[in-house]
Design a protein around this ligand. Sequence first.
Ligand SMILES: [Zn+2]
Length: 388
Amino acid sequence: MKKKRAIFLALIAALLLGDTVLEFVVDQVAQRLNRVSHPGPYEIDEKVATLHRSLFIADLHTDVLLWNRDLLERSPHGHLDLPRLREGNVALQVFSAVTQIPWGINVHSNPADSDLLLPLVLLQRWPLATWTSPMQRALYQARKLEELVQRADDLILVRSRSDLTTLLERRQHGATAIGAVLSLEGTHALEGKAENLEHLFAAGYRILGLAHFADTEVAGSVHGEQKGGLTPFGRRIVRRAQDLGMVIDLAHTAPQTIEEIAALTTAPLLVSHTGVQATCDSPRNLSDAHLRAIAGSGGLVGIALFPAAICAEDLDHAVEAMLHAVRTIGAAHVALGTDFDGAVTTPIDAAGLAQLTGKLLAAGLSKKEIESIMGANVLHFLDAILPK
Ligand SMILES: [Zn+2]
């Protein structure tokens, strides 16, 4: 009843309130959900700044498309917009689409059939088609990113290896250019239909996150009720996605799914935003065996910056997780997947990423290792998987 009442109230509010009031309400919600524990302006020593400027920085995960904020403008709230990506020298940003969240969301067990996102969809006046369809929510967020690319002169949609080449060429000629890769967070958005994978690919999706907070028709979520492996439908989807040149992202998937996919596929695998159990003992984080399985595929593990992944609200704990991953599987398999604007508190925002470079340098990593972790690995990884 509580859920129905909240949806009903959101619907009434969406119908009755003016746009300005609605924007204010959603803005307040977004501000509270996406805090920065150590906000800028950031001080940075010259040596670190020089190193940071020389890097190709890539972030494997943001949920910022969930919010209606205009990303052309610098916001005093949240974690990411184009001015802050430029300030953080980000060269490639993966934009992930969240399309459904269970009521009572938690890391242990969630039903697949509830929809906490609906009130936000209504309050933000997303189109009618998105009210009941995760697939339409994914397509809508793809359109949002496309519109942003049209309005910004330095954002490039990366859907192919030739787009990556364009991005690199523009950056080599001294221009600011930021690559944008679309990623889906959870295959429930397929709504059980294989042809929807083709629609997502056509809409520009290049990373397929198999699960989010609940089990899907494709795979088990570590936060789901069953936490199973790949289904027969899931095997078909994974095979087809890989044939198309899509990356399979195992963030949030159940251990059984990770093990089955690692055994099934020869393509490099991704876990876009995670922590490691060795430094933060949570079911959502990777064990050493799973770190090795991902690295064994030639894959990448993106270390996140939020408390559920690193058990703290500071960068030192993110660095600890990265160091453990480097010791266990080598720097060639470690990357950054912040989860900026994913309804989490992070130690820095996108403008502060040089702070992380500084911490990695202070922790004794070589420049080569820092270059790999902060983005070069992601560039090579995508260049090996994306279509021509
Ligand atoms: Zn996530």
